[in-house]
Design a protein around this ligand. Structure first.
Ligand code: S5P
Length: 454
């Protein structure tokens, strides 16, 4: 009843129109929604608020927001009913005074649900998310009154967002038709329009800015050190971060080796990343067909896509692996394994070269390469082949060269850095030391000395 009432009232006030309209994108459309005036009709506004409350009350979030202008008053009323704090993102960039883009009081590391009136392409959701994410607020759930888009729900879902629309276009048309507000011809005209495959309106995604953020962190923290935190329990994991975070730019995880893994682990890791200023790098080494890795990345108990800035990917399955992992995904990037550190690995020069070629082609989702070499000369030779702008991360690094019992080969910090590594990945060199803080500082300083002199 509420739903029907809402649509009929929108039609009464002229918020749903039929005819021939040109959309912002330049496309023609036989219908048009403009919900701006609904805030002046208490019965409509009230119904909208009620419908949204019913839809979202069981979701998990800390704050509510609305995209200015139309959805902001709606979000205010929803926030009041659900007793949640309201925050919102400024529409224009402010160039004076405090440069806060998010208005209201909030804590970093929390989750915000965002309300909008209409969704046409999904672009505004991506844009608003970037603003919130920059301030350390996670935005996963979006509720809109009407989804009139061409499959935005699916595209957003690929990008890691959940869209909760109250109405999809079909339902709006059905209500109008059963109440004789539109003719049969009009209804079928709209059906035909929506069935036409519109040219692909892919949501524009920016990923390679993660490369930029990592480079900024390197400069800001004067550190090239990535901590490979291969411990099997949460207590050790966070204790080691507490001791070393000042000296590292990124924490590399193997989340599947944490025995007491639970959702809290992810929540805490994300909070830590914000408050202790490091990036997150899940070393999952994806290596399957696109369709499978897409699921492995998004689903299962670890839901890696939700929390890890970077992942490692094997190029051997071909380009489809990157297409599967990243199509429609925002704010995520990868490193391709180009030359491993394990003795006798099968990655020969030809393979490594092809990995660089593939990474160059997909540089919006490939931030660089994992490359190991036993000498600085060898590393330098490989470094010279790496496409401009992409990074070389080197694992298998210790203060002294050597080997472990299962074929891991170590090169020194000095050789790695002189050979052109942008970052060194160090695990046991730090975590097996009885003073992780002191030794991390030493790795950092030794590497930075060479890097900063270049
Ligand atoms: O070729 C590689 C690639 C990677 S990502 N060799 C590696 O050792 N790694 C990872 O780096 C490995 O999975 C481990 O997490 C870390 C090295 O750990 P360490 O204890 O040997 O420093």
């Amino acid at each position: 009843m509420k739903k029907e009432f809402f649509i009929l009232r929108l039609h009464d006030i002229g918020a749903i129109k039929f005819g021939e309209f040109t959309l912002k994108s330049g496309k023609k459309s036989p219908f048009y929604f403009d919900l701006r005036d609904m805030i002046s009709y208490p019965d409509i506004l009230n119904t909208a608020v009620n419908l949204i409350v019913d839809k979202i009350e069981d979701l998990d979030f800390d704050y509510i927001s609305g995209i200015p202008y139309t959805a902001l008053p709606i979000a205010t009323l929803v926030a009041d009913i659900l007793d949640k704090p309201l925050i919102y993102a400024r529409k224009e960039e402010k160039s004076y005074g405090t440069k806060n883009t998010i208005i209201g009081k909030f804590e970093k590391g929390s989750k915000c649900l965002i309300i909008d009136d209409l969704i046409t392409s999904g672009e505004s959701i991506i844009e608003i998310s970037e603003k919130f994410n920059k301030e350390g607020i996670e935005t996963i759930d979006f509720s809109v009154l009407i989804d009139r888009s061409d499959n935005a729900k699916q595209k957003l879902s690929n990008a890691g967002f959940n869209l909760h629309p109250i109405f999809e276009l079909d339902e709006v048309i059905k209500i109008l038709r059963t109440n004789n507000r539109i003719t049969k011809q009009r209804a079928s005209q709209i059906k035909k329009y929506t069935n036409v495959k519109h040219e692909k309106t892919d949501i524009k995604v920016k990923n390679n800015h993660l490369t930029k953020i990592l480079k900024q962190k390197i400069e800001q923290k004067k550190s090239n050190l990535i901590l490979s935190l291969d411990v099997d329990n949460q207590k050790d994991f966070f204790e080691i971060i507490d001791k070393t975070y000042k000296h590292i730019v990124m924490v590399k995880t193997h989340v599947d080796i944490i025995n007491d893994f639970d959702e809290n682990f992810i929540k805490k890791l994300k909070e830590y990343a914000i408050t202790r200023n490091f990036m997150i790098f899940e070393d999952r080494k994806f290596a399957d067909i696109g369709n499978t890795v897409q699921k492995q990345y998004k689903n299962g108990i670890y839901k890696i896509k939700q929390w890890s800035n970077f992942i490692t990917v094997h190029a051997s399955p071909g380009e489809g692996i990157l297409q599967g992992l990243f199509s429609g995904v925002v704010n995520r990037s990868s490193f391709l394994l180009a030359k491993m550190s394990s003795k006798g690995n099968l990655m020969n020069d030809n393979y490594t070269r092809q990995v660089f070629e593939m990474g160059k082609k997909y540089s919006d989702v490939v931030s660089g390469y994992i490359v190991h070499a036993n000498t600085k000369e060898e590393l330098q030779r490989l470094k010279n082949k790496i496409p401009k702008g992409q990074l070389l991360l080197m694992p298998g690094v210790k203060l002294k060269a050597g080997e472990d019992a299962t074929g891991q080969q170590y090169t020194t910090v000095e050789d790695a850095m002189q050979g052109g590594a942008d970052c060194i990945i160090v695990g046991r060199g730090i975590i097996a030391n009885n003073n992780p803080e002191k030794i991390a500082k030493e790795y950092k300083e030794r590497a930075w000395k060479i890097y900063s002199n270049k």
